[in-house]
Design a protein around this ligand. Structure first.
Ligand SMILES: *[C@@H]1O[C@H](CO)[C@@H](O)[C@H](O)[C@H]1NC(C)=O
Ligand SMILES: *[C@@H]1O[C@H](CO)[C@@H](O)[C@H](O)[C@H]1NC(C)=O
Ligand SMILES: *[C@@H]1O[C@H](CO)[C@@H](O)[C@H](O)[C@H]1NC(C)=O
Length: 362
């Protein structure tokens, strides 16, 4: 240090050297910034600092104003002029809505859970992909809120339920890979919205579209996590990636059976390929958990050692194998049933920790 100072001082009169020093420092700071943090907090548009969640509005408010235009040939593209955002939404789980109720309240949802605005041409296509097994109760609440929520945003969308067949360990990340592959056979989606079935968005300004450059965490603030990020690189719950983002990281890992860590693996993939995670601001990216899912569904600080750097290129979309058992249109969603195979014994016994691996639930 002292040596460096001395030799610098002796050259400091030289203006060329000064300029060189300044440029060098700027480059150093840039490198440091890129390297140290793979995550930037994104705030854009004019998002308010404070939102009053004690005043809420029904998610179906004025939705009937989005009615078919008589003359289709004069239909224009949807614009922000016609958006009817209400902000904070009233969300309760006291009454379980029946399928009939949800269908009746969403007359323009087509078979397979798809919707395109009847009053304007949607300029954005989002596939909502939901891993699922034995969560019918949560599914009903989810569909009751998600359909009108997405319609308010004037999106063209479909809801894909990826149903894991059998009773083996659940594999959320692999189901999402299946969902992405199947959804992309149907349409060239602008955005893949990967969604847990038990999370309900609380604010319709949380628009279900992707960021152009980086994967986005939509669920920045979940009720059971005290409406804050559990840790800085958290990338679970509800996330939005374009098909390009998704393929760039070779999709999600297929090898996380009934255990925590797949979200961290995904966050790591994003970092490895040189992308960042952007997030919906905390005041907007709020979610309520149906039936207050156990906290253990969201791993906190104790997280497994990852080997993503060694595994990501060989474990993902390019190694995905599954048996498609059914792809059936239901009135409110597409039900894709898959046999994703069984967890290999080595994974069940825990690769590194001998035989005392603990199992999370989900
Ligand atoms: C619903 O529509 C009516 C009539 O256009 C309007 O007066 C009212 O403010 C709207 N309500 C909300 C919450 O936007
Ligand atoms: C999806 O389809 C499978 C059979 O193909 C069925 O067992 C399951 O109950 C369905 N799930 C839902 C939520 O409709
Ligand atoms: C766990 O491992 C220990 C020693 O490695 C062994 O004695 C024990 O039987 C194993 N338990 C199970 C349930 O496999």
């Amino acid at each position: 240090m002292a040596f460096w100072r001395k030799s610098t001082l002796s050259r400091i009169e030289n203006p060329c050297f000064l300029i060189f020093l300044i440029i060098f420092q700027a480059i150093f700071i840039l490198l440091l910034y890129r390297g140290s943090s793979s995550v930037v907090l994104q705030d854009h548009l004019d998002i308010p600092n404070q939102v009053d969640y004690s005043k809420t509005e029904d998610v179906y408010t004025n939705l009937s104003l989005y009615a078919p235009v008589l003359d289709k040939t004069t239909m224009r593209y949807c614009t922000s002029d016609t958006v009817m955002n209400v902000g904070p939404l009233t969300i309760t789980f006291d009454i379980l809505p029946s399928e009939r109720t949800i269908i009746d309240k969403n007359p323009y949802v087509q078979s397979g859970g798809c919707y395109s605005p009847p009053h304007c041409l949607a300029s954005y296509k989002t596939a909502v992909i939901v891993p699922h097994r034995n969560r019918e109760r949560q599914l009903h609440h989810f569909l009751y809120y998600l359909h009108p929520f997405l319609q308010r945003q004037q999106l063209y969308y479909c809801i894909y339920l990826i149903h894991q067949d059998g009773s083996g360990p659940f594999n959320r990340a692999k189901l999402l890979n299946v969902g992405v592959r199947e959804a992309l056979k149907d349409d060239d989606w602008d955005c893949l919205l990967l969604h847990n079935v038990d999370l309900i968005p609380e604010n319709d300004y949380n628009v279900y579209i992707c960021e152009e450059y980086y994967p986005k965490l939509m669920s920045s603030a979940i009720d059971v996590l005290d409406y804050s990020l559990p840790y800085w690189t958290f990338f679970g719950g509800v996330t939005a990636l374009t098909p390009e983002h998704y393929m760039k990281i070779n999709g999600f890992p297929n090898t996380y059976w009934d255990r925590d860590g797949e979200n961290d693996d995904i966050a790591k993939r994003i970092q490895i390929v040189g992308m960042k995670i952007v997030r919906t601001p905390l005041v907007i990216g709020r979610y309520k958990t149906v039936d207050g899912t156990q906290l253990s569904d969201f791993p906190q600080e104790i997280r497994p050692q990852l080997h993503t750097r060694e595994t990501w290129k060989d474990d993902g979309m390019n190694s995905l194998d599954f048996k498609l058992l059914a792809k059936k249109k239901y009135p409110l969603y597409m039900n894709i049933t898959v046999d994703i195979g069984a967890a290999p014994m080595i994974s069940l016994q825990g690769k590194k920790e001998g035989n005392k691996t603990s199992f999370g639930n989900l």
